[in-house]
Design a binder for this molecule. Structure first.
Ligand code: B16
Ligand code: MG
Length: 224
């Protein structure tokens, strides 16, 4: 096993923007007469902005009520509210252990990339003060197919010049783990063991992101 690059998801792996997405979608959905709760918000994790809106409209039985242009206007409004909310993000919002892990893999010479579904990924990384660790952050606006399609992970690997089989992808969402596996990469899931069971390794929290442990565990799992 040769690992040359780490490819990170953003929301749920580096920081937790889910609450901000939730607050912005909640107001937006309420204006359409649809109520969403935090449990429903879980199903939007890792899902693109427009696909999230589609899911909300289906929940409210309003999937046939808007033209594509109207949907775009609604999605833009949600994003304006989200962008306002994320202005509060600072390095204190990094998830536990993330900066130490980024530093350790940077020092060890690995390529580092980000494969987020979020069009705000670059702005959020800057607010978190971690943008300088990344050799490449995929622009989600250039990605045609949402996770679980592997496109965003393949674009990230290509941008840093590393073959997919030499990449480790790190994700908190089942759709993201599926995307990593379809890309032909090693998958590290962070979160619920049952939800992320397809990943090669599942860690309970980002505090367990340690370079040597990940490489050892991967080697063990692959030799099994
Ligand atoms: P935006 P990830 C995803 O980020 C979020 O989990 C998801 O809730 C959001 O809808 C999506 O980004 C798009 O975000 O509206 O900012 O483009 O988990 O792929 O880093
Ligand atoms: Mg995520």
């Amino acid at each position: 096993m040769k690992v040359s690059a780490f490819i990170f998801d953003l929301d749920g792996v580096l920081t937790d923007t889910a609450e901000f997405h939730y607050l912005a979608w909640k107001d937006c959905a309420a204006a359409l007469g649809i109520e969403i709760d935090r449990e429903f918000n879980e199903t939007l994790k890792g899902i693109s902005r427009i696909d999230s809106l589609e899911r909300i409209l289906i929940l409210g039985g309003r999937q046939n009520d808007f033209t594509p242009t109207e949907k775009e206007i609604i999605a833009n409004k949600k994003n304006d509210a989200y962008v306002e909310l994320i202005k509060k993000i600072s390095p204190a919002d990094l998830l536990p252990g993330v900066e130490d892990f980024l530093r350790s893999i940077a020092d060890a010479g690995y390529k580092i990339a980000m494969a987020s579904a979020s069009k705000n990924a670059m702005a959020v990384s800057k607010l978190l003060g971690i943008d300088h660790y990344f050799h490449h952050i995929v622009d989600a606006a250039t990605v045609a197919q949402s996770k679980p399609h592997p496109e965003v992970f393949l674009k990230a690997a290509d941008a840093v010049g590393v073959a997919p089989e030499n990449c480790i992808g790190i994700e908190d969402a089942a759709a993201g783990v599926d995307a990593i596996l379809s890309a032909g990469m090693y998958a590290v899931g962070v979160g619920d063991k049952d939800i992320l069971s397809k990943a090669h390794i599942v860690l309970e929290s980002t505090a367990q992101l340690k370079l040597n442990n990940i490489l050892e565990e991967l080697n063990e799992n692959i030799c099994k």
